[in-house]
Design a protein around this ligand. Structure first.
Ligand SMILES: Nc1ncnc2c1ncn2[C@@H]1O[C@H](COP(=O)(O)OP(=O)(O)OP(=O)(O)O)[C@@H](O)[C@H]1O
Length: 332
């Protein structure tokens, strides 16, 4: 069975339009397909979790249609179960699709998914996080602390977002939010422990941890962040003037921001981030308050199909991790 989890509201209705294009196709009618629409936050996670536990469904793949928030929920619903996962972007941000090289029209992606069910999976390692000692959860793209989280919160709560989405220029809501937050933003003190290194930064602007290069709807925030087991990429921006922040966000599309002296990029397996005064953090585009966060890489990779990364069986990668061969640390 091909199980579709569809967020019809994603991208101001794009999720539904993408699914209708697929469900009206000849290929869809020839296969054993079922679909589940989400109604509200938490539905995609619950549906994915139920699909993984129901026996005798002959489930071949869960295909998610929506945005990064929907794929985040589904990955948390699947957890460590070995169900192949595919994603057809149906929103405006779509950083997960960029990062995992999901390309083509929705129908082309669907055709690729169907051919990959014959054996074309490649692994994807999400990250785990625990906020303020709560239970661990997974993030698919990135977690950001400080400035970017406040921008996400501002954009999500702004009434203008609906209007921008209606005119299909949803990204403009982030530009407006960025300018708005920048005016009032105050740098904060943060302590970052990355493996055996400790950093205490007095005038921190933001800290971002990613599983792949893309962020904020196409910005290449850490251009060489590899999809890999064990290690996450971390970007730190500190001691920077507000004018320079504007310049930085203009150069981020081609990676020029890496040359700013206020920017540091490192890799680590275990990361602890703590702030003395409660601050904001965004997880795959969802903003919440935090004081302390522990991060690591999820040991169990997701078996992804339907993307253009070169396929390699998840079992082969797992053997490498377990030490039977050397790990390159680069995307396969
Ligand atoms: N039927 C629904 N109506 C409204 N909200 C929903 C529905 N189903 C799910 N949601 C909520 O929508 C959230 C965000 O969805 P998602 O990120 O996939 O799309 P999006 O926010 O429109 O994406 P983008 O901002 O990139 O266009 C989900 O995490 C969930 O909380």
């Amino acid at each position: 069975m091909y199980a579709f989890i569809v967020n019809p509201a994603a991208g101001h209705g794009k999720g539904k339009r993408v699914f209708l294009r697929i469900s009206n196709s000849k290929l869809y009618s020839q296969l054993d397909c079922r679909y589940f629409y989400t109604d509200a936050a938490g539905d995609a996670e619950r549906i994915a979790s139920e699909l993984c536990t129901i026996k005798n469904t002959n489930l071949q793949v869960i295909i998610v249609i929506g945005g990064d928030g929907t794929i985040n929920e589904v990955i948390n619903g699947i957890g460590s179960k070995s169900i192949p996962l595919a994603f057809i972007p149906g929103a405006s941000g779509n950083d997960f699709a960029r990062g995992t090289r999901i390309t083509g029209s929705p129908l082309e992606i669907f055709e690729k998914i169907v051919s990959d069910t014959e054996g074309g999976a490649c692994p994807y390692w999400s990250g785990t996080y625990s906020l303020d000692l709560q239970d661990e959860r997974l993030f698919v793209n990135s977690i950001g602390f400080g400035f970017d989280a406040q921008v996400v919160r501002q954009a999500n709560k702004s009434a203008a977002k609906k209007l921008f989405n209606f005119f299909r220029v949803g990204k403009l809501s982030y530009v407006f939010a960025l300018l708005n937050v920048l005016i009032h933003f105050k740098p904060f003190q943060v302590k970052v422990v990355a493996d055996d290194k400790r950093y205490i930064i007095d005038r921190c602007f933001m800290v971002t941890v990613t599983n792949h290069p893309y962020y904020g709807g196409g910005m290449r925030i850490i251009p060489n962040a590899a999809i890999q087991p064990d290690r996450m990429s971390l970007l730190l921006i500190h001691s920077i003037s507000k004018w320079k922040v504007l310049a930085l966000f203009l150069t981020v599309f081609w990676g020029g921001h890496r040359n700013f002296k206020e920017v540091n990029i490192i890799e680590a397996s275990q990361i602890e981030i703590s702030v003395s005064k409660q601050n904001m953090c965004q997880i795959d585009g969802d903003a919440v308050y935090f004081s302390r966060c522990s991060l690591s890489k999820n040991a169990t990779p997701i078996s992804m199909i339907g993307n253009s990364r070169k396929a390699q069986a998840v079992e082969v990668i797992m053997e490498k991790i377990e030490g039977k061969a050397s790990v390159t640390g680069k995307e396969t």
